[in-house]
Ligand binder design. Structure first.
Ligand code: GLU
Length: 486
């Protein structure tokens, strides 16, 4: 049963960027909260000081804003259960670790790195399935511990995992999950630098922040038995767990940087729309039970349920993202696209960006049906902005004939004499030139396109002419004649 007001959280460690897997976790938490009138909390898990990355938190907050996953409480949105940065909650962890120590559910460990390495090597030699700490320090007396602490001996605090017990919990996606404590190590809860590990801080915070559902990636499933033990030792009620399937590359290996972009900001800078990215990411492991693929956020909220999340890994398919982006793009109004396009032009290396809004709207009309992203308005049709610097050989050998130069020379003259108002006027000019030379208009179309774009595909040739303007049309025809008549 879902609590009246579920509280869920996205709890990223600030590694420097938001991974698409992180976005999927954040999105599912968000959808679940919205759907069930609950709260979505952003908590920053920054207790691993060795992995501290300057600016990572700011970056994460900016990316969360861009994708539009608005949280109810977070580092920059104070709430009843703050602070929402774990590095600001150290006293809280201290209090709970003391309770665990008093109950002997946790213990000090003073073992040196050398001893631990030796232990590991011995266990490997014995071919034990998994290296585990041998509870050596559990037998230290109170006096010994106090003495060592007084002498400032380096130490950690470990979880006292009971031997040979079965830990089980229900996972909304995977059903009943069981682990034997024999495979669970005496996890470090407080590190030698005094900071808590992920496990300790995560459980304490989920409890204190009244999290009802822990929705996170499958990679955390093997940590859950440790968490379940902590809840038990601290006498706290378990939240519900839902472990989301892994994200995979096309070859079914775990999604990795080596095979493509994994940072949300990379997709942003490649010109993907946030709506398309959210739509795409929502389908990585979930479907509504039909074959619908195009969604806006509202509909995702309405249809989402954890029960319909798959167990098996979800393949990250860039072609599908491109297709979805194209679909979302087509549905935007031209005015909205115009703003995106202008931003794109401003950050591109193009020199010729002094087109009027009317001309940019002509480009939008031509390109929006042909591309996946606004960026491709430029990369897929560079000739709309600057003269072609080469002519496609296959296309030119097909269309450039002995009489092409003469026909185009006539065309220049006719264009120069005509008043050109819109694209139809170019068609009239080509027709007049064809008639004058008693040839079909087809004899002119190919060379004309070659002159304007250098390639055999793209928007309609009269549209291209209309976009680049009369002077540029004439100049490009001159250049092609000069280049190909040599
Ligand atoms: N800090 C963990 C991460 O970086 C959170 C895992 C969890 O949600 O429990 O993904």
């Amino acid at each position: 049963m879902i609590n009246d007001t579920p509280r869920v959280r996205f709890a990223p460690s600030p590694t420097g960027y938001l991974h698409v897997g992180g976005l999927r976790t954040a999105l599912y938490n968000y959808l679940f909260a919205k759907k069930n009138n609950g709260s979505f909390i952003l908590r920053i898990e920054d207790t691993d000081r060795a992995r501290y990355v300057e600016g990572a938190v700011e970056n994460l907050l900016t990316t969360m804003k861009w994708v539009g996953l608005d949280y109810n409480e977070g580092p920059d949105k104070p709430g009843e259960f703050g602070p929402y940065m774990q590095s600001e909650r150290l006293d809280i962890y201290r209090e709970h670790i003391n309770n665990l120590l008093d109950a002997r559910k946790a213990y000090y460990c003073f073992c040196t790195p050398e001893r631990l390495t030796q232990l590991k090597e011995e266990q490997q030699k014995q071919k034990l399935p998994q290296a585990k700490y041998d509870k050596h320090c559990l037998s230290l007396s109170k006096a010994e511990i106090e003495n060592k602490l007084k002498n400032n001996e380096s130490h950690v605090i470990r979880l006292n995992v009971p031997p040979t017990e079965t830990i089980s919990f229900d996972d909304i996606i995977r059903g009943k999950v069981e682990f034997s404590t024999n495979v669970v190590d005496d996890q470090i809860l407080i590190k030698s630098d005094g900071y808590p590990t992920y496990h300790m801080a995560n459980v304490v915070d989920d409890h204190l922040m009244k999290i009802t559902h822990v929705i996170r990636g499958e990679e955390w499933l093997s940590s859950t038995p440790k968490h379940v033990l902590l809840y038990k030792f601290l006498e706290w009620e378990l939240p519900q767990f839902a472990h989301l399937p892994l994200l995979l590359n096309a070859d079914k290996s775990k999604l990795s940087k080596r095979q493509g972009d994994v940072a949300v900001e990379d997709y942003k800078s490649k010109g993907y729309l946030k709506d398309a990215l959210n739509n795409f990411v929502a389908l990585l492991g979930w479907n509504a039970g039909d074959d619908q693929e195009f969604y806006y956020m509202d509909e995702l909220i309405e249809k989402f349920s954890l029960e319909r999340v798959n167990k098996s890994g979800a393949v990250f398919n860039l072609e599908k993202l491109n297709w979805l982006n194209g679909e979302h793009l087509k549905k935007l109004s031209n005015d909205v696209i115009l703003e995106l396009f202008k931003n794109e032009l401003a950050s591109s290396e193009l020199k010729n960006t002094n087109y009027s809004d009317d001309t940019l709207l002509l480009i939008i009309d031509q390109m929006k049906e042909r591309v996946a992203t606004v960026k491709e308005f430029i990369s897929e049709a560079p000739y709309l902005y600057s003269r072609p610097n080469s002519y496609d050989e296959v296309f030119s050998s097909k269309v450039w004939k002995d009489n092409s130069a003469a026909l185009l020379t006539d065309l220049i003259e006719i264009i120069n004499e005509s008043e050109i108002i819109d694209k139809d006027d170019y068609e009239t000019c080509l027709k007049a030139t064809a008639e004058k030379n008693s040839v079909g208009i087809g004899k002119l179309m190919g060379p004309f396109r070659l002159a304007l774009s250098g390639v055999g595909h793209g928007p309609g040739v009269y549209d291209i002419a209309n976009i680049i303007g009369k002077d540029e049309v004439v100049e490009r025809i001159r250049v092609v004649i000069k280049t190909l008549s040599l």
